[in-house]
Design a protein around this ligand. Structure first.
Ligand SMILES: *[C@@H]1O[C@H](CO)[C@@H](O)[C@H](O)[C@H]1NC(C)=O
Ligand SMILES: *[C@@H]1O[C@H](CO)[C@@H](O)[C@H](O)[C@H]1NC(C)=O
Ligand SMILES: *[C@@H]1O[C@H](CO)[C@@H](O)[C@H](O)[C@H]1NC(C)=O
Ligand SMILES: *[C@@H]1O[C@H](CO)[C@@H](O)[C@H](O)[C@H]1NC(C)=O
Ligand SMILES: *[C@@H]1O[C@H](CO)[C@@H](O)[C@H](O)[C@H]1NC(C)=O
Length: 288
């Protein structure tokens, strides 16, 4: 009797169930590396008589204030991009080949920091439904630029790099233990949205050692580091302080060059005097 009731309920609901059009999101969140490509996906049921000309797919970027911006629109099987947000132009595409298998895949190329946020796919085929998924953008502090400048008593060690999100910079000794000294770490956000971090460590100049700066990107759980050497010998440093090499060449230019010009002028003067004496002689001597 129970199975009969169940069958009765199912039978009553079956037309409703088939009419239900449900969109699903296989992943609730995606992580993309800055500058790379990412594919965000929604799935929808396709009937055997699927006709792409009846399909509407809308991809929107939902901002924190709840407003939405159009990323991509497929309207009755045709791409309609006049309302597309300019920053997605030539960067956001729908993978058409996947549509017949019920996959609405949005591909965003050259991912920017501003692409991060919530994406909503709304699909209209045999019904309308939507799902939301999150996109996180990360950029590791890959390329660390280092500068070492030595003044009389202090050496300034600088490490600079850009990434996302904000990293923590620590300085270490060569043996890996953290320095008991605070560095001056500052940052600004570039037009590309990346954090440009600069960390300056000042140490005594008369040491012969290696220091390591480490950028810790918590979100990525990734550390990147660079080593800086202070290796100039004591003698070299004294020389460098009193007589920088650029100064040396400057002195050569200032002192030697005028001397050479003077010598050349002297030579020229001697020659003219000689030739004048000769011509005087020839005019004084009466022709025989
Ligand atoms: C690492 O080197 C620093 C400076 O040379 C020293 O003060 C520190 O004790 C060392 N740490 C370890 C664990 O050896
Ligand atoms: C670090 O420096 C502080 C004072 O500047 C000192 O009290 C502390 O013992 C130092 N720690 C280490 C591990 O050298
Ligand atoms: C840290 O560096 C910034 C810019 O380079 C500078 O304006 C600031 O005064 C420095 N702070 C300290 C404590 O040295
Ligand atoms: C990165 O460095 C931090 C400290 O600066 C440390 O706590 C963390 O475990 C390190 N992570 C990895 C993956 O090495
Ligand atoms: C500096 O240290 C390196 C390696 O520890 C060593 O080979 C070199 O001789 C040292 N230079 C001076 C001037 O102490």
């Amino acid at each position: 009797m129970k199975t009969e009731i169940l069958l009765f309920i199912l039978g009553a609901h079956l037309p409703v169930l088939t009419a239900l059009f449900v969109v699903t999101a296989p992943k609730s969140s995606y992580t993309a590396s800055y500058g790379n490509n990412v594919m965000v996906e929604c799935r929808f049921p396709v009937a055997p008589n699927f006709n792409a000309n009846q399909l509407k797919v809308y991809w929107h970027h939902i901002l924190d204030d709840g407003s939405s911006q159009e990323v991509y629109k497929l309207f009755n099987g045709k791409e309609v991009l006049q309302d597309q947000l300019p920053e997605y132009r030539e960067r956001a595409f729908l993978l058409w080949d996947e549509l017949h298998s019920g996959r609405a895949v949005l591909k965003i190329s050259q991912v920017r920091v501003s692409d991060a946020g919530t994406y909503r796919c709304l699909i209209d085929l045999n019904g309308v439904d939507y799902k939301e998924t999150a996109l996180k953008v990360i950029a590791s502090y890959e390329d660390i630029q280092t500068v070492t400048t030595t003044e009389k008593k202090e050496t300034e060690l600088i490490c600079q790099s850009a990434g996302y999100p904000l990293a923590t910079v620590t300085w270490l000794y060569r043996n890996g233990s953290e320095l008991n000294k605070t560095a001056n770490t500052t940052y600004f956000i570039g037009t590309n949205g990346l954090y440009n971090i600069r960390s300056v460590l000042r140490v005594q100049a008369d040491i012969n050692d290696t220091f390591v700066c480490r950028f810790w990107n918590k979100e990525l759980n990734k550390n990147t580091s660079a080593a800086l050497h202070i290796a100039a010998t004591e003698k070299e440093r004294e020389e460098a302080d009193d007589f920088p090499s650029s100064m040396r060449s400057y002195i050569i230019l200032v002192l030697i060059a005028p001397m050479m010009i003077f010598a050349a002028l002297l030579l020229l003067l001697l020659r003219t005097i000689k030739s004048r004496q000769l011509s005087e002689k020839s005019t004084l001597q009466p022709l025989p």
